[in-house]
Design a protein around this ligand. Sequence first.
Ligand SMILES: NC(=O)c1ccc[n+]([C@@H]2O[C@H](COP(=O)([O-])OP(=O)(O)OC[C@H]3O[C@@H](n4cnc5c(N)ncnc54)[C@H](OP(=O)(O)O)[C@@H]3O)[C@@H](O)[C@H]2O)c1
Length: 271
Amino acid sequence: MPDFSDKTVIITGASTGIGRATAIAFHDAGARLVLAARSSDILAQLSTDLGGPDRALPVTTDVSDPDQCQALIERAVAQFGGVDVLINNAGMVVSGRFEHLQPDDIERQFAVNFFGVVYCTRAALPYLKQSQGVIVNISSVAGFLGTPTASAYSASKAALNSLGQSLRAELKPYGIGVSTVCPYFTSGAQLAQKGVIREGSLHKSERKQHKWQRHPPGQQTSEQVAAAILKAAERRPRLVVLSPVGRLIWRFNRLAPWLTHWLLERGVDRL
Ligand SMILES: NC(=O)c1ccc[n+]([C@@H]2O[C@H](COP(=O)([O-])OP(=O)(O)OC[C@H]3O[C@@H](n4cnc5c(N)ncnc54)[C@H](OP(=O)(O)O)[C@@H]3O)[C@@H](O)[C@H]2O)c1
């Protein structure tokens, strides 16, 4: 178990799913936490469960607002004196065929999944320089694969992958690590329920879903993903692609892109 005793760890999207599991994992590793999300009640309860604000400070934050991201970092520094780890995990999904997405949908997708990371990272940077800390961006296997019916989501995660690569090189001289973690399908998360669902979305009612959609092969639990995030914060790898199926898709797309395109085109015909 990595040891984060007395390290200050900020986790965005800490109210549910992967972020919540990550908060618990860092708590178990001794960290002082700053929990960010929009759902104040859920954050307050989680804070209580993890020992109260002295151990886990809840800060209601919408990451699509730069002022709220700045305030989040300032609250963290006021409470704990610095920032050692920033986990940019908050995310949402816009789902549906591109022709049915509104421009606002796509802007919202980028506002949360991409600009939320930009705002939190910018605000935390001076403190991460002091601590020679680490940024872990939670992207997705979809960031490597332009997924039909998730065009905006895939594009937002592809942008995040690219940002992570640039920052890793730029921030190395300051001793700051930047890692990108790409989960595959993950259980215990609310991404599909909370997202913006437009016509053509795969996130149909349970009844209409295909068996593989309900139980995708290679699916991981939020706790397994959280363990990988903890490890990434300790070892600072460039990239972590999760689940054997996620890694297979990633490799296929690099080695035989024509094959993944052929499969995606066939898949789209069946939707
Ligand atoms: N689940 C998967 O299969 C999967 C696969 C690959 C990658 N991921 C990525 O994993 C990350 C975590 O998602 P999850 O799967 O755990 O889904 P989730 O259960 O829906 O969690 C998303 C978290 O982000 C927060 N959030 C959403 N919009 C926000 C905003 N504007 N400002 C602040 N917080 C916001 C949510 O809290 P509030 O609603 O309280 O704000 C929640 O805590 C996301 O970046 C997602 O893209 C998930």
